[in-house]
Design a protein around this ligand. Structure first.
Ligand code: OXD
Length: 308
C-alpha cells in the first residue's frame, strides 16, 4: 500500500468512499493502524498533524497533501527536500467569506443585543449601524482573501486588500506590505486571513490597531498567532476597538481561563469558518494524485521560503 491518511480520524472512511466515487480504487491505509513494516512503503500521506515521528517512519515518502489551507503545523517538522508538500487551495473562500460577512453584519446590527433583548422580553429600540458606509480591509490577498474581498465589495463603501505585493483586484484598493500604514488608516473593519509563518507572527498589534477608526471591529479567520492578543485586549478595554470575532486564537482550544471568553464585544468560535469539506479535499487530492503519477506540477505546492 502506497497511500495513507493521517490525523483525520473517522473521516478516513468518508474520504476513501468519496475517492472511490471519482475512480480512485486503490487501497488507502490509515497511518495510525499501520505497523513499521507497512509504513516503509507509504509514498503519499494525506491529512493533518504529521509529526517528525511519522516522517521518520515513512522512508519512501514523496508527497504530503495537507487536508487544509494552512501548513503551519508542519513548520516544526524536518521534511526531506525530496518530499513535495501541497495544501488545499481554492476551496475555503466561500465558507470563510460567509463567516466574515456574518460577523461584520452581527456587529453592525448588534445581533447580541437583539438576542439578549428577546431572551429578556425587552422591547428596546436602538440605532443600528450600516455596513454600506464602512471601509473593510482584508489582510491577506491569496485565493481566500481575494474571494472574501469580492464578497464584501458590493456591500460596503470601500474594500482594501493587503498582500505581499500590491493586489490587483477590480474595484478593490490594493496595498503592498510596505504600504501597511495607509491600509490600516481609518479602517472600520479588519478581516485577517493571513497564514502563520515566522514572518506573520503578531503581525497585527497595537501599531496596526491604533491606525484603525476608533470603535472599529476585527475579524480573525486566518491564524491566531498572527494577532497579538494582549494588544487586542488592551484595544477593546480602551475603546479603540468595539469588539472582535475570533474563529482562531493563538492557543487552541482557547484555555478556559482566557480573558477573551468574557471580554465585552468578543465572539469566540471554535475554528469552524473554513471547513475541509470532502468534495473540495477529494477534488484537489485526486487531481494532484494524477499529476503526481504523471510527474506534472501539482496544485498548492508549499513554498517553504514564504512558509505556506
Ligand atoms: C485550514 C484550517 O488550514 O482549517 O484549512 O485552518
Amino acid at each position: 500500500m502506497e497511500i495513507a491518511t493521517c490525523g483525520i480520524g473517522s473521516r478516513h472512511e468518508e474520504l476513501v468512499q468519496a475517492l472511490g466515487q471519482v475512480g480512485i480504487q486503490e487501497p488507502i491505509g490509515r497511518l495510525e493502524h499501520l505497523d513499521t513494516e507497512a509504513r516503509r512503503d507509504i509514498k503519499v500521506l494525506f491529512g493533518w498533524g504529521i509529526t517528525q515521528e511519522v516522517i521518520d517512519s515513512c522512508p519512501s515518502l514523496a508527497w504530503i497533501q495537507g487536508a487544509g489551507a494552512g501548513v503551519d503545523w508542519l513548520l516544526p517538522v524536518r521534511i526531506p527536500e525530496s518530499v513535495v508538500v501541497t495544501r488545499i487551495v481554492d476551496h475555503f473562500g466561500p465558507d470563510m467569506g460567509e463567516y466574515a460577512l456574518m460577523a461584520a453584519l452581527a456587529w453592525v446590527k448588534d445581533w447580541r443585543r437583539i438576542t439578549q433583548g428577546q431572551a429578556e422580553r425587552q422591547w428596546s429600540p436602538y440605532l443600528v449601524r450600516q455596513l454600506a458606509v464602512l471601509s473593510v480591509g482584508i489582510l491577506g490577498a491569496g485565493s481566500i482573501g481575494s474571494h472574501i474581498a469580492e464578497m464584501f465589495r458590493p456591500l460596503v463603501r470601500e474594500v482594501r486588500a493587503l498582500g505581499r505585493k500590491r493586489p490587483q483586484l477590480s474595484g478593490i484598493r490594493g496595498f503592498s506590505a510596505e504600504e501597511w500604514e495607509t491600509f490600516y488608516d481609518q479602517l472600520d473593519v479588519l478581516v485577517m486571513v493571513l497564514p502563520h509563518t515566522p514572518e506573520t507572527y503578531h503581525a497585527v498589534g497595537a501599531q496596526q490597531i491604533d491606525r484603525m477608526k476608533r470603535g472599529g471591529y476585527l475579524i480573525n479567520v486566518g491564524r491566531g498567532a498572527v494577532l497579538d492578543e494582549a494588544a487586542l485586549i488592551a484595544a477593546i478595554q480602551d475603546g479603540q476597538l468595539s469588539g472582535a470575532a475570533l474563529d482562531v486564537v493563538e492557543t487552541e482550544p482557547l484555555p478556559s481561563d482566557s480573558p477573551l471568553w468574557t471580554l465585552p464585544g468578543v465572539t469566540i468560535s471554535p475554528h469552524i469558518s473554513g471547513p475541509s469539506r470532502p468534495d473540495g479535499m477529494v477534488a484537489v487530492f485526486s487531481e494532484n494524485l494524477s499529476r503526481f503519477r504523471a510527474g506534472r506540477p501539482m496544485l498548492g505546492v508549499v513554498d517553504w521560503e514564504r512558509g505556506y
